[in-house]
Design a protein around this ligand. Structure first.
Ligand SMILES: Nc1nc2c(ncn2[C@@H]2O[C@H](COP(=O)(O)OP(=O)(O)OP(=O)(O)O)[C@@H](O)[C@H]2O)c(=O)[nH]1
Length: 309
């Protein structure tokens, strides 16, 4: 029986002391006490000894410091040690933590208490919340996957139409008032012929390859999406470095040069592009409409070309 329990209790009440020890050892939670200054472990209940310390009795860890017993390969006080954060008032400090020895998550309730010899010690009571954490993580992962499914076109990995509008408008609103938002709409030329000649699956292969190429243009100040079928769009912050005509030429060349291998056939197609660039105060729908008009002119003029609004 730990000395502190003996000293905490009235000497005659030995049965009560062993009851208290029994209660602490029967708890389905970690209970330990360590010296705030020296980190020396002063008490660990059975649950803590067995589940974290990997030993059966306190004597096996007696004289060791908390980080040596409670953490894996720890030679000095932990970086995340909460001793400095424990309220001087004696109130509980609540935190959650993944133990490095058994990889279990714990919700820890820590507080400063006065030990029987007068030193200040830390009392921790921690419940295993691994199951809850696992469910939470699975839920977060499912939410991430749902978000991707809701926003990303599975064939090309580009934003779908709805997500494109959302992120393009977000980009527009994030830009300085004095700047312009460029928008280009690309529509592949005679794509029906690809499907008709090689089959729908072949068409998918080319669309995926073009999507992959267009994805390489997404990033800082650029949003790329598949608007549907064989139509794509790029919204971009027009800057001196990314001037609309130069950028459209770059994209045109990149898309026209995509070669997709489908069994023994190499598939390729050109694209028509309509471009508009307007002050960021212009609603996205208006910029889109202008780029669409320019695309219509590019198609009417014979395809495989760029028209500016
Ligand atoms: N393989 C495949 N084809 C698609 C997909 N979405 C749309 N298409 C095809 O794209 C073709 C578009 O045909 P049209 O609208 O006539 O356009 P086009 O043949 O590209 O001709 P222009 O745009 O006028 O140059 C159709 O054959 C659609 O079936 C898709 O996800 N996969």
């Amino acid at each position: 029986m730990p000395v502190f329990l003996r000293k905490l209790m009235i000497p005659s009440a030995v049965t009560e002391i062993s009851d208290l020890q029994h209660i602490l050892d029967s708890l389905d939670a970690v209970v330990y006490v360590s010296d705030v200054e020296t980190h020396e472990l002063l008490f660990m209940n059975k649950y803590a000894l067995k589940n974290i310390g990997g030993v059966n009795q306190f004597d096996d860890v007696k004289g060791k410091r908390c980080f040596e017993v409670l953490q894996k390969g720890q030679k000095k006080p932990c970086d995340f040690c909460t001793n400095p954060l424990l309220p001087k008032s004696g109130d509980t400090y609540l935190w959650e933590f993944k133990n490095t020895r058994n990889n279990c998550w714990y919700q820890c309730r820590d507080r400063l208490i006065r030990w029987h010899d007068g030193r200040q010690v830390r009392l921790e009571v921690a419940a295993d919340i691994t199951e809850r954490k696992t469910v939470e993580e699975e839920l977060r992962e499912a939410q991430r996957e749902l978000k991707v499914l809701a926003e990303v076109d599975s064939l090309t990995q580009l934003y779908n139409r709805r997500a494109f509008f959302m992120y393009a408008d977000k980009l527009r609103k994030s830009l300085p008032n004095s700047s312009s938002l460029g928008l280009m709409i690309l529509d592949l030329d005679y794509f029906k012929d690809i499907n008709d000649s090689y089959g729908h699956e072949a068409g998918d292969t080319l669309l995926a390859a073009i999507g992959q190429k267009l994805l390489s243009f997404s990033g800082d100040g650029t949003v790329v999406g598949r608007m549907g079928g064989e139509e794509f769009a790029i919204a971009f912050h027009e800057t001196q470095k990314r001037e609309k005509e130069d950028f459209a030429n770059l994209v045109y060349k990149a898309v026209s040069n995509v070669k997709a291998l489908y069994f023994k056939d190499t598939l390729q197609c050109t694209t028509s592009i309509g471009v508009s660039s307007q002050p960021v105060s212009t609603p996205l729908r208006n910029i889109m409409r202008q780029a669409d008009d320019a695309l219509y002119r590019a198609k009417s003029a014979g395809r495989s070309q760029i028209k500016m609004s």
